[in-house]
Structures are given as C-alpha cells and as structure tokens.
Design a protein around this ligand. Structure first.
Ligand SMILES: O=P(O)(O)OC[C@H]1O[C@](O)(CO)[C@@H](O)[C@@H]1O
Length: 387
C-alpha cells in the first residue's frame, strides 16, 4: 500500500525471516512426519512442499479448503513468483495453508480429514510441567489484592505468548520466564476495558496450551469486572503450529476440570457457564487465516471491531497483521502504525520477529547495544494501545 514501509521479505541471507523457512520449517516438517504415521503420498506431499518453498515458485493451483475465492485471488496474484521474492507474512501463511492441503485436512473423503497435524504437540504442552506450574500460580492468586491479581493475570496472558510452539520448533530451550516490558500501556488498556456500556471486549486469541489457558483466566477476569460480554476469537482451523481453535479451548477446559486446585476447577466451571449463558462468545472467522494484514479485513469483522469496547490482539502474528509486517522504523508511534484500526485496540505480544513500533528512542538504542537480537528471543514484550 502506498505510504507504508516495504514488506519484510524472506530473501535476505542471514535474516530471521529467511531462517524461518530455511532452518525452522525443515524441523517442522520432520516433526510432522515423526508425529503421524502419514502414508507415502502425504509424506511425499509434505517433503515436496518443503523443497518447493526453499527453491521453487508458487504454482498456479489454488490450495483447497474453505474460502476458495479469497485463496484463488491470492494465488493468482502470486503464481509464478519465486518463494524467495514473497512477503514474509504472505509466504508463511500460504505455507501453512499448503500444509493443510498436503495432510488432506479439508478433504472430506480422506481419513485424515479434520486431523489437526499439530495436535500431538499441542497435547504435549497441555500435559506438560510448565502448564502445571502456571496453574499452581493461578491457584495461588486466590486472596491476592484485586490490583495485584489483575496485574498478574494480564502479565500471564502477555508472557504466555512466549510459549508458542512454532517459535519453539527450533528454539526448544528458549526462556519461559518473564523478561523486559518494552512498552507498557496497561493503564490505557484497563481504562478502555473498564469503560461503561454493554459493548463486548474482544480477545483475539493466538496459541493453544499455556497461552490460551492464561487468556481464559484473563477473559474470566474481564467477565467478572466488566459490564458487557466477552468474545474470544479463534482460528477456524489449525494454522501456524499452535494456533488455538475451538477444539483447543474445549481440550483446555477439560484439563482445567481435572486440576487438583479448586480455584482452577472453579475457573473452568465459570467459563462453561459463561459460554452457555452467552456472556462468553466463542467465535471464529476466516479472516484470521488470511495471508494479509488487518488493513484488508472483511467488513463484517471490521464492523465488530469498530463497535467493541476494546479489541485485545494476542501474539506476534496478530501484531504483524495489525501494524503490517513491514520495515517500520521502531520509533514510529504505535498509534500511527495501528491508526487505521476501526476501534480501540490493545496488542499483547512477546517479540519473536524483526518487527517493532512504538519504542522510545533512548530505549531502542540501549536494547540494540545490549542485546542485538532482542526482537527475536521472546524475552521482550509489548503492551501497546491505540484508543
Ligand atoms: O504465536 P505468535 O506469537 O503469533 O508467533 C508466531 C511466530 O511465528 C513467526 O511467525 C515466525 O515463524 C514469528 O512471528 C513468531 O516467532
């Protein structure tokens, strides 16, 4: 779009975005082949996709699945281009769409139809010791001062974003503890969420597992302290490795139900009641798996965003789609980069890609001097608000 910085690409040797394709994706495909007894034709399709994405061009064939018209137009606009020349956001999104095609996720007459290729990895996190520790910490909040509890729930949802499984594919030992918050507009976030009226607060979820668990605890708090309903927006089908779908929310509630801590079981019970009573609305929308940024969201979703009290966007990918996955000067004000968004919006994100906006110039200089890879390690976080 005119007036915006150029897209981040995957062509530059040594760049993070290129490493996602050349280092992370080979591990990702190997994990899929290890996790499932795929028959030869599916294994071959996954290996061919990997080879194509490393050295080939975009074929003219539209990848199957829902919203075929959108994908037809997107494919037409990029067919014949070398993968190397594609914008990072588009290429990654298309890659995951093609994974679903390769594993026959949308093929109604395939036994693999509806089998989430990432389910084993998601399940492992739901059964893991880190989630156990998160739930112990949640239970320990019982009786905390309301301000401390509120802050703890917000920070859990923020740092929960470190736990995305795509990032962990080639960073298995990455830090899982809280780090530095580079921008903290949390007062503005609460001022909007606590505002009067019965318009919903929308939480656009990111990852399953530890992150959605923390998000559900935050949603419960928003329901308790707010004056309107809450909408939790989910992916309509598997997408980037650990993106949360409706199935993942139900699996998470089952885990919470079985927890030894009463406050955790109580959380699950309140959430189930809220869903039944319509206070918590679970929603999915095809736009969340489009290969484009939120400047081009369909008008029905834009209308929902415009009339919400606040939209909370979780995670790095939503951040890339919100501000545009572009070579922004990191000191560009967040309100400028996200100024087009149709309503009040808050981004909660740990930095796991080159993109950053809204960084104070002195802080940027220090970050760049102290830890040149600070944008990529998931150890720096952002809470940014455009009212
Ligand atoms: O789960 P999140 O926070 O959206 O992050 C997605 C991850 O995948 C990437 O798109 C790279 O594969 C990065 O943006 C980030 O590391």
């Amino acid at each position: 779009m005119p007036g915006l910085p150029p897209h981040i690409g995957i062509d530059r040797p040594g760049s993070f975005s290129r490493s996602v394709f050349h280092e992370r994706h080979p591990v990702l495909i190997a994990n899929l082949l290890g996790d499932h007894p795929y028959p030869p034709h599916i294994a071959e399709a996954l290996e061919a996709l990997l080879a194509e994405s490393l050295a080939g061009t975009v074929p003219p064939r539209t990848p199957g699945g829902p919203e075929i018209h959108t994908w037809h137009l997107e494919t037409e606009a990029h067919a014949g281009l070398p993968w190397d020349s594609l914008p990072f956001l588009w290429a990654e999104s298309y890659f995951y769409r093609r994974i679903l095609r390769a594993v026959e996720y949308h093929h109604y007459d395939s036994p693999w139809c509806g089998v989430d290729p990432f389910a084993p990895q998601k399940r492992a996190q739901l059964d893991g010791p880190e989630l156990r520790a998160d739930l112990d910490a949640y239970a320990a909040l019982e009786g905390a001062h309301p301000d401390d509890r509120r802050r703890a729930l917000l920070l859990a949802a923020l740092w929960g974003n470190q736990a995305d499984l795509g990032f962990r594919t080639d960073n298995p030992d990455a830090s899982t503890s809280a780090g530095e918050i580079v921008a903290d507009d949390s007062d503005a976030l609460w001022a909007l969420a606590d505002g009067p009226g019965d318009a919903p607060v929308i939480v656009v979820a990111d990852n399953a597992g530890r992150e959605i668990t923390a998000d559900l605890a935050l949603v419960d708090h928003l329901l308790e302290t707010g004056t309107g309903p809450v909408e939790l927006h989910l992916k309509p089908h598997p997408y980037f490795v650990s993106d949360a779908t409706g199935r993942d929310v139900l699996d998470t509630l089952d885990v919470l139900d079985r927890d030894p801590h009463e406050p955790v079981r109580g959380l699950a019970g309140r959430l189930r009641d809220a869903i039944r009573l319509g206070w918590l609305r679970l929603r999915a929308h095809g736009a969340y798996v489009h290969p484009t940024d939120y400047r081009t969201i369909p008008s029905d979703l834009a209308d929902d965003f415009a009339t919400a009290k606040l939209v909370i966007l979780k995670g790095d990918l939503n951040y890339r789609r919100l501000v545009g996955d572009r070579q922004w000067d990191p000191t560009t004000p967040f309100s400028e980069a996200a100024g087009y968004f149709p309503g009040p919006v808050a981004a909660l994100r740990t930095a796991k890609s080159d993109l950053a906006v809204g960084v104070d110039p002195a802080r940027l200089a220090k970050l760049d001097a102290d830890a040149p890879d600070w944008r990529l390690t998931g150890t720096r976080a952002f809470i940014q608000v455009k009212a």
